[in-house]
Write a protein that binds this ligand. Sequence first.
Ligand code: TXA
Ligand code: MG
Length: 350
Amino acid sequence: MNTRILEINKENPQEEKLIEAGVTIRNGGLVAFPTETVYGIGANALDEKAVSGIFKAKGRPSDNPLILHIACIQQLKEITTNITKDAYKAIEEFWPGPLTLILKKSDIVPEITTAGLDTVAIRMPEHNIALEIIKKSGVPIAAPSANISGKPSPTTYDHVKEDLYGKVDVIVNGGDSGIGLESTVLDLTTDIPTILRPGGVTRDDLLEIFPKVNIDPVLIGAKTIPKSPGQKYKHYSPKAEVYVIEGILEDIPKVIIKLYEEYEAEGYKVGIMSTKQTEKYYQGKFTINVGNRSNPATIASNLFRVLREFDKRNADIILAESIDKSGIGVAIMNRLSKSAGGRTIIAKED
Ligand code: TXA
Ligand code: MG
């Protein structure tokens, strides 16, 4: 497939390019575009054939449903049957923004888009290029992250090009994604709102408007079936094997250095994912700094790019420091543990 690249200026988007992207979607094509969380690969959510193209291009399992991206409340009314009071509360506070709501779907949403579920995931992105493309297309846009399934999500145009060039009709180059992690997925079909995937909007943020917010037991280690099918797949994985080193911050670098030397002696190329506070301990070793612990948003924003960077530099093993699991740290550690396939080492000095 011929892929057209559209450079769009975020501050001052060129109308004719937005129209070209929107019309491509309306006519059944595939368009990768930036959002405030990560880049998405979009198609007309109401067009079965177009949506099946997304699953093919990504190599995505067909039982993993998609998020519909909308630009106005009228579209929300068309694709759902019951907009609950809680939904209006969440929308008022967090849309446009990195919060996806699960609601009952209407009949116009085809089964392929929701993987056969009677619910639908919806969000209004806080990104002017994304919103304009949705408006120009005139349809809700189904858009998963614009990566090959299983790889770290794309936060830059280069990542999208790496994964999807030749597989989509258009890639929009609209600069880097800001947040760097996917949206929070919140189920509003249950009595108490339930987080199915942690993300940019934190549980504490949600507790400002809801008296109670549950967390899907799967996210805290239960072995039940996840309500968000995406949670059961291997995800965010670079080619290298990732190990997360947990424990008291003081002990982590010591344990990492020991492991680094052991693996290196066995002939592996080892990389360390450090933070501003700890990089000083690893001088002379292959290290990439993921951000500042005092400002975890920097870590969220860099995480996927750094995982891909280790691959480019041919790391066999990545030793990643864990970070504090509060606020956005919950989402960061969710993605990092998944990229490690659960491989965690508890740092204890001996
Ligand atoms: O930030 C984001 O959400 C990005 C950008 C592009 O908007 N999109 C994204 O899409 O992350 P994707 O497809 O990579 O992740 C969608 C998640 C999956 O975990 C999926 O299982 C869940 O949402 N999901 C979709 N529909 C659902 C439904 N009806 N019920 C429960 N979970 C659902
Ligand atoms: Mg994804």
